[in-house]
Design a protein around this ligand. Structure first.
Ligand code: HEC
Length: 196
């Protein structure tokens, strides 16, 4: 009997909570959310407000900043080193190792031969690279600068867009090794004398 009473009470209560829709015989009760779930829900709202303030209002570090910090090269880490870094690349030291010169020769044949001749003797397009006369200066740094930055208006390509610094240094070292080789069919001197 008690059992039956209980059931009635439950049915009555369920009727109050019952929502008025029904899908294929499935009905829904409008139950209270369990407290633990409600707390989690409110906590996520608070976290979202804190997140919004930190990253959108106060401009906290984004993913890109974190990536940069993690993969920073030593030059980017300290300010002093940062100032020194560009210098290191600007200074060009002629490579004399056989491997570097062989690599430079390959690069020359693939990229420069068409305009400067098989042996650097020059042709109708590019000047002779084997004599002591230079249109843009004959120091190692001058020659490297021309290879790197090019003379775009005169048809000499800026190789920095096509080669990493090491390759530009190899090919420059190779052409410097050609100076004074007097190849056959050398193009006549152009520019100023620079004796090394
Ligand atoms: C598309 C043709 C072309 C190619 C390819 C080319 N050059 Fe040149 N280069 C020139 C021309 C033209 C000049 C002369 C620019 C001027 O008259 O100011 C020149 C000038 C130079 C000079 C300066 C010469 C001087 O008298 O001061 C150097 C050094 C040089 N080239 C190196 C190279 C190297 C190394 C490569 C290959 C990585 C190369 N060039 C590829 C056309 C070319």
């Amino acid at each position: 009997m008690t059992n039956h009473n209980n059931l009635d009470k439950e049915t009555l209560e369920n009727d109050k909570l019952m929502k008025d829709h029904e899908y294929d015989g499935i009905q829904e009760l409008d139950n209270e959310m369990p407290p633990f779930l409600r707390i989690i829900f409110y906590v996520t709202i608070m976290i979202s407000i804190a997140y919004w303030c930190r990253y959108h209002v106060l401009d906290g570090p984004g993913q890109i900043d974190e990536y940069k910090a993690e993969f920073a090269t030593p030059a980017e880490e300290g300010e002093v080193e940062e100032k020194e870094a560009p210098k290191a690349e600007a200074v060009f030291v002629v490579m004399s190792g056989a491997e570097d010169l062989a690599a430079g020769k390959k690069l020359y044949v693939a990229n420069c031969l068409a305009c400067h001749g098989k042996n650097g003797e020059g042709n109708t397009i590019g000047p002779n690279l084997t004599d002591d006369y230079w249109l843009h200066g004959g120091t190692d740094a001058d020659i490297y600068r021309v290879v790197k930055e090019g003379i775009p208006l005169k048809g000499m390509i800026a190789w920095k867009t096509q080669m990493p610094p090491k390759k530009m240094q190899q090919v420059t070292s190779y052409i410097i090794s050609l100076i004074g080789t007097n190849p056959p069919k050398a193009k006549k001197a152009q520019g100023e004398l620079y004796k090394r």
